[in-house]
Write a protein that binds this ligand. Structure first.
Ligand code: SAH
Ligand code: SF4
Ligand code: F3S
Length: 490
């Protein structure tokens, strides 16, 4: 650990102690990375103060909460799962649809009572709603003390210190280069087996319906070495699956200080090579950016899961153009064909928006027919929700009546339900390699885990010696619309 030992003996005592302090700090940091502690440790001598955090929205927000936990941990804060005993209550918010924002506002009401009885408790709003509403949040919700946007979490300790003196604090500055690359996230609600790893932040795509480019700022890719380092560290601590996260992972592109470049296919391969026992997933892929190179990399490595989330949004080219998705119906269908060609057993899911501005019945039918062609295993389906400040809000009238949006959405959901049932039924009789995550929700006599295609598999413990974090071969005997049921085969 001490480089050039001979030279070390000739140093002054002060320099020696500086070097030793440095080494000690590294050991402490490594131990922290290795999570030799629990953020929920309840001993009051270990943590003087406690924070409680609730996350809404996409996986990136949940991943950000772990960065926030790490920043607070460095300041001596422990976590609690009970907001009534917290000194600091944080809501990491989402703005994607009006309903998401309403959920957060309702949740704030629950904290009002506690705050009335414990005025010293601070309430902070983080994430996309903080970024969208900025200081207005403090005017609208009087009980909020701190408002912090997604790129400003490093300033959280300073803001909390100020807020403790009674000052309301806001920092919603967006950054062009913040990726929190050097911060080792503290895993909250972890099963110790699967983890999210952020590989980029922001989005440059400007889909007209979407608030994300405004709340998350410009796209930037995180240092590839720090990503691979974090994944390797997770593997060494027993984790067996990492999901690489970004709003548009296929546009990942990092140039190192020495001028080397890494694209998403390269990054995916580097993570896959950490160990054949470490599974790799990723989300989300934009249909315009996912390349054959990525598909071939997936096909070449058994441990890169055969599953792609490929949001279509609409099956009609005119609507796709209005949405600024930059692909046509045909381009999307070709992408699906290409995926099926290169990775025949690939799981596929999507996002769909029903009732976007000016959408006709025929155009809605086009969405249903893309679904028929793609045969998604799963889909997230939404009625269009106009978001203030987006390009669609400025350019187009939100003119599809709510009842029509709702009916179209129901048709989409109904079709997807049929496709999911068919897709799960088609797996009966097949054998899959399943990574065990823990007890099934229904019974402690059953394990649950996912197959490569991201389908949940439940099977009896009696037929296997495998434990969580290990793999089992499971033969599927039946299915519900959303779970495969099977038995372990040796
Ligand atoms: N980056 C991802 C999507 C992130 S937002 C991508 O481009 O695929 C997740 C999903 O929310 C979107 O795919 C879209 O289907 C939905 N969504 C976003 N804005 C919406 C809005 N204004 N109304 C309804 N659904 C919306
Ligand atoms: Fe939003 Fe489009 Fe970016 Fe996805 S790609 S986050 S939908 S702007
Ligand atoms: Fe929501 Fe922000 Fe994610 S708006 S979906 S939390 S990027």
């Amino acid at each position: 650990m001490i480089p050039r030992v001979k030279a070390y003996y000739n140093l002054t005592l002060t320099r020696k102690s500086e070097i030793m302090a440095d080494i000690l700090q590294k050991v402490v940091n490594e131990a922290r990375q290795g999570e030799a502690f629990s953020p929920f440790e309840s001993d009051p001598n270990v943590f003087k103060k406690r924070f409680y955090i609730e996350s809404y929205g996409c996986q990136m927000n949940f991943s950000d909460s772990e960065i926030v936990a790490s920043i607070l941990h460095q300041e001596g804060y422990g976590a609690t799962k009970n907001y009534e005993e917290a000194d600091l209550v944080l809501l990491n918010t989402c703005s994607i649809r009006e309903k998401a924002e309403q959920t957060v506002r309702n949740r704030l009401q629950a904290f009002r009572k506690i705050k009335d009885s414990r005025p010293g408790m601070l309430i902070g709003v983080l994430g996309c709603m903080a970024e969208r509403l900025k200081a207005k949040f403090l005017e609208e919700e009087k009980l909020v003390d701190v408002v912090v946007g997604p790129d400003a979490y490093r300033s959280l300790p300073g803001l909390i210190n100020e807020a403790e003196t009674g000052q309301k604090m806001v920092n919603v500055l967006l950054s062009r280069d913040e990726t929190y690359a050097d911060i080792a996230p503290v895993r909250l609600d972890s099963n110790g087996i699967t983890a999210f790893v952020s590989i980029m932040r922001g989005c440059n795509n400007m889909c007209t319906f979407c608030v994300v480019p405004f709340t998350r700022g410009r796209e930037r890719s995180r240092d590839a070495e720090s990503i691979v380092g974090e994944c390797r560290n997770l593997f060494e601590r027993g984790f067996r699956e990492v999901t690489l996260l970004g709003q548009n992972v296929d546009s990942y592109y990092y140039t190192s200080a020495s001028g080397d470049t890494v694209n998403f296919a390269g990054l995916l391969e580097s993570v896959a090579l950490i160990s054949p026992l470490l599974r790799v997933r990723f989300s989300t892929s934009h249909p315009k950016d996912i390349t054959d190179d990525v598909l071939h990399t997936m096909a070449a490595h058994e441990n890169i899961c055969k599953y792609i989330h490929l949001p279509v949004q609409s099956g009609n080219t005119r609507i796709l153009q209005m949405m600024n998705r930059t692909y046509t119906r045909e381009w999307y269908l070709n992408k699906v064909n290409r995926i099926r060609e290169i990775i025949p057993d690939c799981g596929l899911s999507t996002d769909v928006i029903a009732g976007f501005c000016s959408e006709t019945e025929e155009e809605h039918q086009d969405t249903l027919s893309v679904m028929e062609h793609s045969r998604y295993d799963m889909a997230y389906m939404f009625a269009y929700s106009e978001r203030p400040g987006t390009l669609a809000e400025r350019r187009y009238a939100d003119d599809i009546p709510e009842a029509v949006k709702k009916r179209r959405l129901e048709e989409i959901i109904e079709l997807q339900r049929r496709h999911s049932t068919e897709s799960y039924l088609a797996d009966v009789g097949k054998t899959f390699k399943v990574l065990l995550e823990g007890d099934s929700r229904r019974s402690d006599q059953q394990w649950c885990g996912r197959n490569s295609q991201n389908k949940m598999v439940v099977f009896s413990k009696s037929g296997t010696k495998s434990k969580p974090g290990e793999y089992a071969e499971v033969k599927i005997t039946s299915s519900t619309g959303a779970t495969l049921i099977g038995e372990a085969v040796s």
